[in-house]
Design a protein around this ligand. Structure first.
Ligand SMILES: Nc1ncnc2c1ncn2[C@@H]1O[C@H](COP(=O)(O)OP(=O)(O)OP(=O)(O)O)[C@@H](O)[C@H]1O
Ligand SMILES: [Mg+2]
Length: 463
């Protein structure tokens, strides 16, 4: 008796289930995406990792709904790199599948080449491989936490601290240089607090003179001072039920420091020109780029207020002390900046190297601005070192720069092609005439510092 006829399984399904089994044996989940970033196939290992039926439930779902819009939504870092034809490894995301608990996973994503054999599903444009994050050990994956990107242990520790404080309303003082992300961190603290549904209200204490700042913070009643034509609600009241972010708190004038201390101690305040005392129901997070301990020593900041504010002190390290964050930050911010201009751009390895070595005195904000600049001047699809602001590459050259010492133990990094030898010799002569002062040399040659830098590299004068 012959077996009943069965529907032959299409070759694409066979291919997928074979690959999927192989990845499952390695403990990895495998997803195939179409060109619109919808999930076409997902491997059954998901059922074991997340919830039974999870793999089937994802068919047709946008991957951004499963792994987050920050990575895969319009302007997401991984989406942009995939569109630019590149692979990325070791990003972290939270995998969310209906009825399953969220799982932290490490994500690798790559464009899928056209398959000439016709065995693979022709709709597949991208593949994504997921690995449970707890398997990772200590290798440094990129973490995306509430819009903040980091790979460095110092930042990951801050993310963990924010999670630890999730049930707390404690007053926090965030310190760090300008542009390190203090305000973003304060926002993350608010978003992960019992007050997350309430408002996040920011006041820049350095932006207004004392009396205006007082009414900005506490409000005023009509007639309290010239120009007070009607009652005004202050930021403390506006932040009720939420968080008041006191930015540049080190600039708070001394009389206001006294008032703020009272509010923090008694949880009550008065509007300017009014004697009625009102309850203050805002959690306070403050930030400063000043050395407040020193300001205390110099009598510019009250010691009692200092300790009231820094119940939990959080220091955000400057970018140059956590250079491992630069690459993921650059990818993430480039994706965002480029998407705003409808472009998909990548960084050349040299441009990335420049960025990793740059001094970044303006920290992440400067990095963001450098990418804005690069996107504006870059003509092609790849950002080259000369597309970056001159000071970025100049700083990087500073770090790496080494004129060729002609001795036997240090061979030239790159032998010069014979035809370029004359140009290189001339370049070296000019540099030597200026004692290797690149700015002066560039001026004499009538070229920009970044062009000089490029020529020095081409000539093998720097590594
Ligand atoms: N880890 C990060 N991931 C992504 N973006 C970041 C990160 N850190 C900072 N940024 C971005 O850098 C910029 C500067 O951040 P922010 O305004 O929070 O810095 P700041 O420390 O408050 O600076 P300032 O002292 O100058 O006010 C913002 O656009 C922010 O989104
Ligand atoms: Mg700020």
């Amino acid at each position: 008796m012959s077996a009943p006829p069965t529907c032959p399984t299409p070759p694409a399904a066979v291919a997928f289930s074979g690959v999927s089994m192989a990845f499952a044996a390695l403990g990895r989940v495998f997803l195939c995406l179409d060109e619109d970033f919808r999930i076409l196939h997902s491997s059954e290992l998901l059922d074991r990792l997340v919830a039974p039926g999870a793999a089937d439930s994802l068919a047709g779902e946008l991957v951004e709904n499963v792994l987050g819009a920050e990575l895969f939504g319009a302007g997401g870092a991984l989406r942009a790199t995939l569109l630019a034809g590149e692979r990325r490894e070791g990003w972290r995301a939270t995998l969310r599948v209906e009825h399953g608990r969220p799982r932290l996973v490490s994500v690798t994503a790559a464009p899928f080449p056209r398959d000439p054999s016709g065995i693979c599903d022709p709709r597949v444009h991208y593949i994504v491989v997921l690995r449970p994050a707890e398997e990772e050990g200590t290798d440094a994956a990129v973490t995306l936490f509430d819009g903040l990107v980091a790979r460095s242990e110092s930042m990951l520790r801050l993310f963990r601290l924010v999670q630890t404080l999730e049930q707390s309303e404690v007053t926090v003082l965030v310190t760090g240089e300008s542009g390190t992300g203090k305000e973003r961190l304060a926002q993350a603290l608010h978003n992960h607090s019992p007050r997350h549904a309430g408002p996040f209200v920011a006041v820049n204490c350095g932006a207004l003179p004392g009396d205006l700042l007082e009414s900005e913070l506490f409000g005023h009643v009509r007639g309290a001072f010239t120009g007070a034509v009607r009652d005004r609600v202050g930021r403390f009241e506006l932040a009720a039920g939420g968080t008041l972010f006191l930015d540049e708190v080190g600039d708070l004038p001394l009389p206001l420091q006294v008032k703020l201390l009272r509010v923090l101690q008694e949880r009550r305040f008065e509007r300017v020109g009014e004697s009625v005392s009102r309850a203050a129901d805002a959690r306070v997070i403050a930030a400063t780029n000043l050395d407040l301990a020193r300001a205390v020593r110099e009598g510019r900041f009250r010691e009692d207020l200092f300790y009231r504010l820094r119940v939990v002190p959080i220091h955000v390290a400057p970018l140059r002390e956590r250079r491992e964050d630069i690459e993921p930050l650059a990818s993430h911010l480039l994706a965002r900046v480029a998407a705003r201009r409808g472009r998909a751009l990548r960084l050349s390895p040299d441009a990335l190297r420049c960025m990793i070595d740059a001094p970044w005195r303006g920290n992440v904000r400067e990095l963001e601005n450098a990418l804005e600049y690069a996107v504006a001047v870059c003509r092609g699809q790849t950002i080259l070192p000369e597309d970056l602001p001159a000071e970025i590459c100049a700083g990087a050259v500073e770090a790496h720069w080494r004129p060729h010492v002609v001795n036997d133990s240090e061979p030239a990094a790159r032998p010069l092609p014979a035809a370029d030898g004359a140009a290189a010799a001339e370049l070296r002569a000019i540099l030597e005439a200026h004692r290797w002062h690149r700015e002066e040399a560039a001026r004499e040659m009538g070229i920009s510092r970044s062009t000089l830098w490029r020529r020095m590299r081409e000539a093998g004068l720097i590594h």
